[in-house]
Design a protein around this ligand. Structure first.
Ligand code: UDP
Length: 412
């Protein structure tokens, strides 16, 4: 296991996002918890929503007086991540058989990493997602230790063979967190079932307010013409995010509004080997159309650039076919931009259809809504103001910290 370093953050800087009641609630919970020690464990420290959340959650919890370390799996070859990506896909409903060899690879690297936990002394061990879920099998629980499994994916209609395999491990935890109740069947009898939505950090480079001029300057450096319409999707290159469908949407819109450009901005997560295949497929589909910009972290996309794309886009897309939550939707709404997104999973918690954005199920519907928003800037603005307010109330990191503290106290 390797420790991930995070930037320091001051909780006091976030007080402006809290009401009085929440501040009181924080005080009460922190008094009960004192300096409890917490380990967060995930597959990677970079790329994707889990890493994004932990980079804020961990330093804020530390600043509140807890002792939190963030560990990531180590010594896992691509072979392991290929298997866990299949786990991820099948737990989200993809068909396929869980072969013996994949079980062995998965368990082998969980076992190797669990050896490094023998000396650990934490009050809470929070394991994120399926990749490290079986650590609990190889590391006996010490007295007083509480294990929590946090699932970030959409497990509402899982491939049952994969779900049953995972179930034997997650049912041993002291608590299981899912993003929403429809991701888990009531009769599963999981311990201390808890529902917590993910969050964004309003003070990170990705989410601090950028002036339009500064944001335009940044996107221009990637070849975007800021005098023309821009639609963007910020996402890993992944079949569930449907980047190929996004290009189809763009092509329909382009017929009506030839000046439109589209940016597909995607980071290549280190635990997602499938990302490269999908990037190449997307590039091939884009062909010789240079109004389709495909940009990754290898072209210099960091949090600030994502912020700039989200700030200046006329419409943001998140055309997912499955989505655990979709932080890119939260980020887009927070920037006050109109979002058109797949009518799936956690996106439905964030966008109220026709009120604070549009939820769509097909390419045609998506294109129609994008065109409607591009042609009605006033409507775009009204919708996006409602979206931002919802994020302020429900999906900021402060709320996420509070939810964890409540669970810790409940388990103590
Ligand atoms: N992201 C990024 N750079 C990119 C593409 C995505 O930093 O080029 C971030 C994005 O801003 C969001 C996270 O990666 O914070 C993706 O989280 P989400 O929940 O949308 O999807 P996941 O990748 O976890 O399935």
């Amino acid at each position: 296991m390797e420790l991930v370093k995070t930037e320091q953050k001051k909780f006091n800087d976030y007080l402006e996002f809290l009401d009085r009641e929440s501040i009181k609630e924080f005080d009460g919970l922190l008094q009960q918890l004192g300096e409890k020690k917490v380990a967060m464990v995930s597959a990677t420290g970079f790329g994707g929503g889990v890493a994004e959340i932990l980079h804020s959650l961990v330093p804020l919890m530390n600043d509140l007086g807890l002792n939190v370390d963030w560990w990531v799996l180590s010594s896992c070859p691509n072979q392991f991540y290929n298997v866990t990506k299949t786990f991820h896909n099948c737990l989200q409903g993809q068909e396929g058989e869980l072969v013996q060899r994949d079980r062995e690879i998965y368990l082998h690297y969980n076992e190797l990493n669990a050896y490094q936990m023998l000396e650990w002394n934490y009050d809470y061990i929070v394991i994120h997602d399926p990749q490290p879920a079986a650590l609990i099998h190889y590391r006996d629980k010490k007295a007083g230790e509480k294990w929590i499994w946090r699932c970030h994916i959409d497990t509402s209609t899982p491939n049952m063979e994969y779900w049953d395999f995972l179930y034997q491990y997650i049912s041993r935890y002291n608590a299981c967190i899912f993003t929403m109740s429809e991701y888990v069947k009531e009769n599963h009898g999981l311990p201390n079932l808890t529902f917590i939505t993910p969050s964004i950090d309003p003070l990170s480079y990705k989410n601090i307010p950028l002036t339009r001029e500064r944001a335009q300057e940044i996107v221009s450096s990637f070849g975007i013409d800021t005098n023309r319409y821009l639609i963007s999707q910020i996402s890993r290159f992944d079949p569930w995010k449907d980047p190929l469908g996004v290009i189809d949407v763009y092509r329909i819109v382009k017929k009506e509004l030839p000046e439109v450009q589209i940016a597909l901005v995607g980071s290549m997560a280190s635990d997602d080997p499938e990302g490269w295949d999908y990037l190449y497929r997307t590039l091939r589909k884009a062909g010789e159309d240079y109004d389709i910009k495909i940009i990754t972290n290898f072209n210099g996309i960091t949090g600030l650039e994502v912020n700039a794309f989200q700030t200046v886009s006329d419409v943001l897309l998140q055309k997912s076919l499955k989505e655990g939550f979709g932080l890119t939707v939260t980020e887009g709404l927070w920037k006050g931009r109109p979002v058109v997104a797949g009518n799936v999973g956690g996106i439905k918690l964030q966008i109220e259809d026709n009120i604070s954005g549009y939820l769509v199920s097909t390419v045609e519907e998506c294109a129609e809504k994008v065109l409607h928003l591009l042609r009605n800037p006033m409507l775009s603005q009204e919708m996006s103001e409602k979206g931002r307010e919802k994020v302020r109330k429900e999906f900021l990191v402060t709320k996420n910290v509070l939810n964890y503290l409540n669970l810790f106290v409940k388990l103590a």
